[in-house]
Ligand binder design. Structure first.
Ligand SMILES: C[S@@+](CC[C@H](N)C(=O)[O-])C[C@H]1O[C@@H](n2cnc3c(N)ncnc32)[C@H](O)[C@@H]1O
Length: 231
């Protein structure tokens, strides 16, 4: 199962991400997250799929309570070590495709940072976010942009297969694929979705207020980021 692959690569992932200093988090993901959050103070922020917990201490500066959810025991352990001394951060082992262990209408913000591409389906996560968020609450979603691999796909179609995208296919064919990842040290399974495949399940319940598409190489899209508000 895709959810179980993270324990295997937890040390590589933790070392690579550290406190969020690597390029993607420092220069692309975190600036988007904090621009979406603005200068406000929050009561409860949920980091859904918190990984090694690099974001938790930063969120604790702007929120009374922070909850990190993840399914990987090893990454939850790394998160625990990273939040030592912070009394307002809690960690809960959770499968994000199941019911979230959080009360109805109790949360100001849910952040899913580079997580949804690893969930086999996102419909129940959308419903659960709706259930736990307060009216007006924010849902921030950041994923690998579904068009990121299209240059590699075009090369593949003329016989030059990219060694990173081990399984590919038409942009419109959603489903499980494999890629070389984590600085070329891991083979990860993920679920390819189109841009509309990401937006529609959430837009049924939330209002989409901002979309960003970032690039690292000025040619191909790298990150798809979306800010939704609970209606
Ligand atoms: C690429 S990492 C991102 C971690 C962190 N948000 C970050 O940006 O560094 C993906 C995370 O999603 C978690 N994950 C994947 N599938 C999950 C699931 N079904 N339930 C809970 N966590 C899951 C993994 O354990 C991993 O920590």
């Amino acid at each position: 199962m895709v959810v179980n692959q993270w324990d295997k690569y937890a040390e590589i992932f933790d070392r690579g991400i550290g406190n969020g200093e690597e390029d993607l988090h420092r220069n692309y993901l975190d600036p988007l997250i904090f621009s979406y959050l603005g200068q406000k103070k929050y009561t409860t922020i949920v980091d859904a799929g918190c990984g090694n917990g690099y974001l938790l201490n930063k969120l604790a500066k702007i929120s009374t309570y922070v909850v990190g959810l993840d399914y990987s025991d090893k990454l939850l352990k790394a998160s625990k070590e990273r939040i030592v001394g912070s009394k307002n951060i809690s960690l809960l082992k959770t499968d994000l495709t199941q019911r979230l262990p959080i009360k109805d209408n109790s949360t100001d913000v849910v952040i899913a940072n580079m997580v949804l591409q690893y969930l086999p389906q996102i419909e129940s996560f959308a419903k659960e976010c709706y259930r736990i968020l307060k009216p007006g609450g924010l849902l921030l979603i950041l994923v690998d942009h579904p068009g990121h691999y299209l240059y590699a796909r075009a090369q593949e179609l003329i016989g030059k297969k990219d060694p990173h995208f081990l399984e590919s296919g038409s942009y419109f064919k959603e489903g499980k694929r494999k890629k070389k990842s984590l600085w070329n040290k891991a083979i990860l399974e993920y679920y390819h979705r189109t841009v509309s495949g990401y937006i529609n399940p959430f837009n049924l319940l939330f209002k989409l207020v901002k979309v960003d598409e970032n690039t690292q190489d000025k040619e191909t899209p790298r990150i798809l980021a979306m800010k939704f508000v609970k209606k």
